[in-house]
Design a protein around this ligand. Structure first.
Ligand SMILES: [Zn+2]
Length: 81
């Protein structure tokens, strides 16, 4: 997964780029509607680990892939409305 792709998709789905290095803030991420299998918090922790601003968090590439897939599906759904 490319950092730039995930960030761009997160920005698109949340409408926010006010967080760390242009990522959405946690608030906007939490209210974005996505079909996910785990609690939103788990994906947020995975995002923090992925973008590298908290070295204590464990990388979770599986959640990152699932999150990005869910975002891309939601973007497609929205654009076909
Ligand atoms: Zn925000």
């Amino acid at each position: 997964m490319d950092q730039a792709i995930l960030k761009k998709n997160l920005n698109k789905i949340s409408g926010c780029n006010l967080g760390y290095v242009g990522y959405p803030c946690q608030n906007c991420f939490n209210i974005s509607s996505l079909k996910l299998t785990q609690p939103k918090d788990e994906y947020w922790k995975a995002i923090l680990a992925f973008r590298g601003d908290n070295p204590n968090l464990r990388q979770n590439p599986i959640l990152i892939e699932e999150l990005n897939k869910a975002i891309e599906e939601e973007i497609i759904k929205r654009s076909s409305r």
